[in-house]
Design a protein around this ligand. Structure first.
Ligand SMILES: NS(=O)(=O)c1c(F)c(F)c(S(=O)(=O)CCO)c(N[C@H](c2ccccc2)[C@@H](O)c2ccccc2)c1F
Ligand SMILES: [Zn+2]
Length: 261
C-alpha cells in the first residue's frame, strides 16, 4: 500500500518525502547537535521522571523497531520539568541501532553518532484528549532521547534483550509487565532540547526533543541481540535483519538548541 515505508534503498528516509512531504519541513528530526552553539539557558530546570507507578504492557516488533508499550490512561508515569509546561504521559519506548560495528543513533553530536539511541515517547494529556491528537499537534509530544555507547555490560538491559527472541518477527507481541525504564537511564540527566518531529512517518512536527548528554553504556553482546530481530513477518520467505533503522540528521533551518547546565 502507499504508506509502506522502511529503511531500505527504495523505501528509506530519502524516499519518505514522496508520501510525507513534511519530511522537507522546517522542524524535522533528528539533528546534528553542536554543543558549543547550543544556548545555555539557566531557566531550564531539571527533567523530572515519575515512573515509579509505571505500567508496562507488552514488547512488540512492529516492523520498524522493538517497542515497549505502557498503560497511559492516567498520570501514573510522566515526565515533567525542563522545557515542559505540563506533565507528559509515557506511551512507549523503542530503540534505533546500526549494523555490526556500525553506529545507529539518530541524533549526532558534532557529527559523531553513537551505537544506538533509546526514545521514550510521551504525550501531553493535559492539553489533548487522545494521544493521536497530541501526536499531530505542535508540542503534543515529548521524546526523551538517550544515547547507547558500547563498553561494559548494562546491568538492567538484559531484561529487554532476554525478551527479544520472543519478538523476532514483525507483528509479534509478548507480555512485558512490571518494567520500569528508569533503570536504563544514565546518572546525569543534563540535556539539550529543541523543537522537532517524529523521526519516522508520519514525521509530525509535534515533538519537544530532550536529548540526554550522558550515554548509557551497554555491551557489544547486548547490542548484538537487537540485530537478531527481523523487519519481516514470520510468513514472509525473506528474513531481512532489523538494523540501521535510523533517520540521518536533518537541516536545523534556523532552530535554536538549548542546553541545561
Ligand atoms: N523516533 S520517534 O520517537 O519519532 C518514533 C519512532 F522512531 C518509531 F519507530 C515509532 S514506531 O511506533 O515504532 C513505528 C512508527 O510508527 C514511533 N511511534 C509513533 C508514536 C508512538 C507512540 C506515541 C507517539 C508516537 C507512531 O506510532 C505514531 C506517530 C503518530 C501517530 C500515531 C503513531 C515514534 F514516535
Ligand atoms: Zn525513535
Amino acid at each position: 500500500t502507499g504508506n509502506q515505508w522502511g529503511y531500505g534503498k527504495d523505501d528509506g528516509p530519502s524516499a519518505w518525502n514522496k508520501n510525507y512531504p513534511i519530511a522537507d519541513g522546517d522542524r524535522q528530526s533528528p539533528i546534528d547537535i553542536l554543543p558549543h552553539q547550543a544556548r545555555h539557558d539557566p531557566n531550564l530546570g531539571p527533567i523530572v521522571l515519575n515512573y515509579d507507578r509505571c505500567t508496562s504492557i507488552n514488547i512488540a516488533n512492529n516492523g520498524h523497531s522493538v517497542v515497549v508499550e505502557f498503560e497511559d490512561s492516567d498520570d501514573r508515569s510522566v515526565i515533567q520539568g525542563g522545557p515542559l509546561d505540563n506533565p507528559y504521559r509515557l506511551k512507549q519506548f523503542h530503540f534505533h541501532w546500526g549494523g555490526k560495528g556500525c553506529h545507529g543513533s539518530e541524533h549526532t553530536v558534532e557529527g559523531n553518532s553513537y551505537a544506538s539511541e533509546l526514545h521514550l515517547v510521551h504525550w501531553n494529556a493535559v492539553k489533548f484528549k487522545t494521544f493521536g491528537d497530541a501526536a499531530s499537534t505542535p508540542d503534543g509530544l515529548a521524546v526523551l532521547g538517550i544515547f547507547l555507547e558500547t563498553g561494559d555490560e548494562h546491568r538492567w538491559l538484559h531484561m529487554i534483550t532476554d525478551a527479544l527472541y520472543t519478538v523476532k518477527f514483525k507483528g509479534s507481541v509478548t507480555d512485558f509487565k512490571g518494567f520500569n525504564p528508569k533503570c536504563l537511564l544514565p546518572s546525569s540527566l543534563h540535556y539539550w532540547t529543541y523543537l522537532g518531529s517524529l523521526t519516522t512517518p508520519p514525521l509530525h512536527e509535534s515533538v519537544i526533543w530532550i536529548v540526554v548528554k550522558e550515554p548509557m553504556i551497554v555491551s557489544e553482546k547486548q547490542l548484538g541481540k537487537f540485530r537478531t530481530l527481523v523487519f519481516t513477518g514470520e510468513e514472509e520467505d525473506e528474513r531481512t535483519r532489523m538494523e540501521n533503522n535510523f533517520r540521518p540528521p536533518q537541516l536545523l533551518k534556523g532552530r535554536t538548541v538549548r542546553s541545561s547546565n
